[in-house]
Design a protein. Structure first.
Length: 617
């Protein structure tokens, strides 16, 4: 928001025509800061809305949707543009727009200009008079937001302090500083169909975000959780010594639900961001990132635990270039007994996204995972170069670092469809295409997906269909601990690791403003390892222990198929306050009968400022 004016007095030789030209030119300059402030938490409802609106309206968003988290300012600016330009919006679409405005109300003034040209004095805009010329100077975006018509206030705040606006339990708005604080609660309990014990989740936390001087932004949340998961998830924890998406955990027995084999853990995210220029932003913190337009990502997903990172975003014209420098843990606390320091490893990645056309975006990805021995520097400084190809650095160092390259594509069609896909190459030799088949080193992953909104003309009835696959030994490395594409014993890409094929379909319908129903179907085929044999599905194993150099195919090993069904019904009691009903079913069929099992439960839940917990694998 550029709300103020400064005065430029008449000078000799500068006529009124020239000054009018300067003023007119200034109006068309992109004067607002391309702010890279706090991001929308992954899983936030806004992502679903943004996808729908971009597909439906055909209006190209200024941000690149594959790079997540998307900033709150970008979401609001796009919503304001859609609100102003699009003419095919339904009542539910307008409801969605208001959700974005309420959720991110500190950004409502980011694009607004004064209705009249003039100087500002005591909050009043004065008209241009005589030969005096005025020009814009920056002012507080929050102050501008408070004056926006779309900024909603609650009629009766609790105790006059809490919920002054629909989305924020407590907020403070000053010219140079703003702060939002919200509780986080997620309670869920379900009755298992295979036993007499419950599955449950008891999570409490606090989230805060804010900004200083429209230049520096910060975000933090912390949650304390206790949970008992279905048996297949407990088997995953036992095998990998890691809790999906989380870090250190303890065993816990609940007396409330009379259930054993539960977990207790504490988790947190925090970062600080700084806008260096209009087009360059820095962010340093502890959290997760996601690259892609799918339900899954074959490049970088949010399945693993939070990690330390430095992120640089460069946004110019049709380009969005992102550098990511991270510190990862090579194993988990449970797999590193005693008081020894958990070994560290590092990942450096960059992603270049380019809008080839209004509805077509292509992105290129490259990442390297590496670890140095105790006699070397922890971080290889040559990977700090933000524009170099990492493969050339690897050759220069004569290293065995794990280099991955990838391609991401998104194509919107007919204001109804979005086609998207990814190709990830871990290693590939064209010379191995002739001669013996199934060379183990041809390692790659593929994603192909489709989003279809307003299916058959039914408003807010949306479908996603997606296929994912990865060859055996993909993402793994000879240095299984130090260079596999993993963090805290969890995959950085697809939850299944490698050696799998997966098809998923998700149907989502919002018949009324506050009601949403979603159904999920997933079918996966993969190969599991036999004792002492590495068939390529477990990315935490050393690939030099492979069973055979040739003749490898997807699904090799102990043939396994999983079928997963999920059904969720949600009712919004208030902004980000939901009552949920759940049904979950997962069946595993294995060629080794002892490994076959079934998990299912019916559950009810209550969420406040948290997203649904999905462990779909």
């Amino acid at each position: 928001m550029l709300a103020g004016f400064a005065r430029l007095s008449s000078r000799r030789g500068v006529g009124g025509e020239v000054k009018r030209s300067i003023l007119l030119f200034s109006l068309f300059l992109p004067l607002q800061l391309l702010a890279q402030g706090t991001g929308l938490p992954l899983g936030n409802e806004t992502y679903q809305i943004l996808d729908r609106l971009e597909i439906k309206t055909g209006i190209q968003a200024a941000f690149h949707t594959a790079l997540k988290p998307i900033t709150r300012g970008d979401a609001v600016r796009f919503a304001l543009e859609v609100d102003t330009v699009a003419g095919n919006l339904s009542e539910l679409d307008r409801f969605d727009l208001q959700y974005i405005y309420d959720e991110n109300n500190e950004w409502l003034g980011a694009n607004e200009l004064p209705q009249t040209l003039g100087g500002r004095k005591d909050g009043v805009y004065k008209k241009v008079e005589g030969d005096t010329l005025y020009y814009f100077v920056p002012a507080s975006q929050v102050r501008a937001s408070l004056a926006q018509d779309r900024y909603r206030r609650t009629k009766k705040p609790i105790l006059g302090l809490f919920y002054k606006t629909p989305a924020n339990w407590f907020e403070l708005n000053k010219n140079a500083f703003h702060l939002k604080i919200n509780p986080m609660i997620h309670w869920m309990v379900g009755k298992s169909g295979e036993g007499d014990q419950f599955v449950y989740l008891n999570q409490r936390g606090l989230e805060l975000r804010g900004g200083i001087d429209d230049r520096i932004y910060f975000y933090s949340n912390i949650t304390d959780s206790q949970a008992r998961f279905p048996e297949y998830l407990r088997d995953y924890v036992t095998k990998n010594r890691a809790l999906p998406g989380n870090g250190f955990y303890k065993n816990y027995d609940s007396s409330v639900f009379d259930s054993s084999n539960s977990y207790d853990w504490l988790n947190g995210q925090a970062y600080i961001g700084f806008n260096v220029t209009r087009h360059v932003g820095l962010q340093f913190g502890h959290g997760k990132n996601f690259i892609g337009n799918g339900y899954r990502s074959m490049l970088l997903s949010d399945f693993s635990h939070n990690y330390l990172y430095l992120k640089v975003n460069w946004r110019v014209w049709r380009f969005h270039y992102q550098n990511l420098y991270t510190e990862l843990t090579a194993t988990s606390a449970q797999a590193n007994p005693g008081d020894e320091y958990i070994p560290r490893k590092y990942m450096t990645a960059h992603y270049l996204s380019f809008d080839l056309a209004k509805n077509l975006t292509v992105g290129l990805y490259e990442a390297t995972v590496f670890k140095r021995d105790t006699n070397s520097n922890g971080y290889e400084l040559q990977y700090l170069n933000p524009v170099i190809l990492y493969r050339s650095v690897e050759h220069l160092l004569d290293s065995e670092d794990n280099i991955l390259v990838g391609l991401d594509v998104k194509w919107d069609l007919f204001k109804r469809f979005r086609l998207y896909g990814q190709l990830m190459m871990d290693e590939y030799k064209f010379s191995e295409l002739s001669g013996q088949e199934g060379w183990w080193g041809n390692k790659y992953g593929i994603q192909a997906g489709l989003q279809y909104i307003d299916v058959l003309g039914l408003d807010h009835f949306d479908l996603r269909a997606e296929f994912n696959t990865a060859r055996p030994y993909t993402y793994s490395h000879r240095d299984a601990i130090g260079a596999s594409y993993s963090h805290y014993n969890q995959a950085l890409a697809h939850p299944l690791g490698a050696n799998f094929r997966e098809f998923l379909a998700i149907v989502r319908y919002q018949p009324f403003k506050k009601w949403t129903v979603e159904g999920r179907f997933l079918r996966s085929n993969f190969g599991e390892d036999e004792p002492g044999k590495n068939w390529g599905g477990d990315i935490l194993q050393d690939y030099s222990t492979l069973v055979s150099e040739y003749g490898n195919s997807i699904g090799q090993g102990i043939g396994t198929q999983t079928t997963l069904l999920g059904l969720d019904l949600s009712y919004a009691l208030w902004h980000n306050l939901y009552f949920d009903l759940h049904y979950f079913y997962r069946k595993k069929d294995s060629d080794l009968p002892v490994r076959s099992d079934v998990d299912s439960y019916f559950g009810i839940g209550f969420r406040w400022n948290t997203s649904a917990l999905r462990m779909d694998f």
